[in-house]
Design a protein around this ligand. Structure first.
Ligand code: HEC
Length: 129
């Protein structure tokens, strides 16, 4: 008994930060976007961005209309794991990853980078999906 208690404590400590990570990363990013000039995030504007089509391209082209579903890369056909954190706990946990894909995907889809406001809106919508 004496030996199992520390092991249990240790494993619960190791699990806790992973759980807490997602909101912390998003809150941090939302703060950064506000410093960059974004006003209060608007989840329905984020949803609209996800569905907005421009020159036949939209976020749904690869991520499907349902962010909880697995997608498929429109160009390469490769499987893309679901974007919604409820369906894929690895989502929205890594700031560098999020920024890297925002940069690439906004350029591909909209022909330009997303603004701080658009990123705030989008993350605020997606975090609850
Ligand atoms: C041409 C295909 C394609 C389109 C269109 C696309 N994405 Fe992606 N997206 C990807 C791929 C590929 C990844 C990275 C692979 C992975 O993480 O499964 C990714 C990853 C992401 C991530 C990273 C999330 C995380 O935490 O891992 C975000 C955020 C994202 N996309 C947002 C968007 C938004 C917003 C749009 C529309 C403006 C969009 N994507 C359009 C292919 C696409």
């Amino acid at each position: 008994m004496r030996r199992t208690i520390p092991v249990l404590l240790l494993s619960s400590l190791m699990v806790a930060p992973v759980w807490a990570q997602s909101p912390a990363v998003i809150d941090q990013l939302l703060n950064e976007y506000q410093s960059a000039g974004a006003s209060a995030p608007n989840a329905s504007a984020g949803e609209a961005l996800y569905n907005r089509e421009q020159s036949g391209r939209s976020c749904t082209s690869c991520h499907t209309p349902d962010p909880r579903a697995a997608g498929k890369h429109q160009r390469t056909g490769k499987r893309i794991e679901p974007l919604a954190p409820s369906a894929n706990p690895e989502r929205l946990t890594d700031e560098r990853q999020i920024e890297k894909w925002f940069y690439r995907n906004c350029k591909w889809t909209l022909g330009r980078e997303c603004t701080a406001q658009e990123k705030s809106d989008f993350l605020t919508w997606l975090r609850d999906q």
